[in-house]
Design a protein around this ligand. Structure first.
Ligand code: LMR
Length: 329
């Protein structure tokens, strides 16, 4: 037997065939938020499950907090193969497909449950595949939460926001939303938001509670208005060529794990939205304003013209499908 194995090794050497096991496939997963947020937790859970179930075959390296790539470079890095998985917010996909701008329309979804229903629908799932032609493969939608406005001034009605400068994500819809308020939108990477708020480069922002609390935005903004006026959710994406080239059994297992992680992330997002809101209130470092139905209606009326502006590029059918998801089954 020993002679046989020795002979086999010599034969492999002679034929220049590697007889040692191949290196594991490496997946670098980069994101811009804290590990305590739904997305941060999801990336870490994905790593844990992959390394348990595909031990020796796949390793996952997670880079949170814009450590590896920030908003500006990550999508390009994914195409170049320098990173294999990302989960940018849906707002950041607008430059690859008009349709996905749907998610940024103000007051489209009543709450996260409505977003969840829409994403699970056939139209929602179509959007997951809307970036494939650009080389990106959508794997899942992950929730974060509904956005709240903040500033150092109490924003009760839209007129209070007039003339203020607000940080926005890279999104034409969000740009139009702040213009509709008579405010100035300023596109900045997420990693720059705290500093921009702390030093007055911008006056305000819009964020979900998990991002506000984990990045301490409540320590540099005197007021938050509970508007829940839009959603901040994610698409987990990979490089299409990378994903298709994976061995079938490994790809199938990764997709199975991701489906499990998605359930956990989305469950956590619902709970965390309320928990982080309470932590912000309990910090005593800011004031959370609850608006009356009349005040909320004013925000809605002022921002609604944005829908018309983007109706043709997004598609009326998609807007209607999203609205239908507001109805509880
Ligand atoms: C932002 O830029 O505000 C968010 O997209 C950050 C994130 O990933 O939640």
């Amino acid at each position: 037997m020993r002679v046989f194995i020795h002979g086999l090794m010599l034969l492999c050497l002679a034929l220049n065939i590697s007889y040692v096991q191949a290196d594991p496939i490496k997946i670098k997963f980069a994101h811009v938020v804290a590990e305590s947020t739904p997305k941060g937790m999801g990336a870490n859970l994905f790593k844990k499950l992959v390394e348990e179930r595909l031990a020796g075959k796949v390793v996952v390296e997670v880079y949170p907090n814009s450590q590896l790539y920030g908003d500006e470079k990550e999508m390009e890095a994914l195409l170049l193969g320098d990173v294999q998985m990302l989960a940018p917010s849906l707002a950041k996909f607008g430059k690859y497909t008009d349709k996905i701008q749907l998610f940024d329309l103000p007051f489209l979804f009543d709450d996260l449950a409505a977003v969840d229903r829409f994403q699970a629908s056939a139209k929602g799932q179509e959007l997951l595949h809307s970036v494939e032609k650009k080389g990106y493969y959508g794997l899942a939608f992950w929730h974060n939460g509904m956005k709240q406005f903040s500033a150092n001034k109490a924003l009760r009605v839209p007129a209070d926001a007039k003339g203020l400068k607000f940080r926005i994500q890279q999104s034409k819809v969000l740009e139009a939303q702040f213009k509709a308020l008579g405010a100035s939108p300023e596109k900045l990477a997420f990693s720059e938001v705290y500093n921009a708020l702390a030093t007055g480069i911008v006056d305000g922002a819009e964020n979900p509670w998990a991002n506000i609390y984990s990045k301490k935005f409540h320590e540099v903004q005197k007021f938050f208005s509970e508007t829940n006026h839009g959603v901040l959710d994610y698409m987990v994406v990979t490089n299409t060529a990378f994903w298709k080239k994976l061995p079938d059994d490994i790809r199938a297992e990764l997709e199975k794990i991701l489906a499990e992680v998605t359930v956990e992330v989305n469950k956590a997002a619902f709970a965390q939205e309320m928990a982080d809101r309470q932590l912000v209130i309990d910090s005593g470092k800011t004031q959370v304003l609850q608006l009356t139905p009349e005040e909320l209606q004013q925000w809605r009326t002022t921002m609604m013209p944005v829908w018309k502006q983007f109706e043709d590029s997004i598609g009326k059918d998609l807007i209607e499908a999203a609205l239908a998801a507001n109805k509880k089954p």
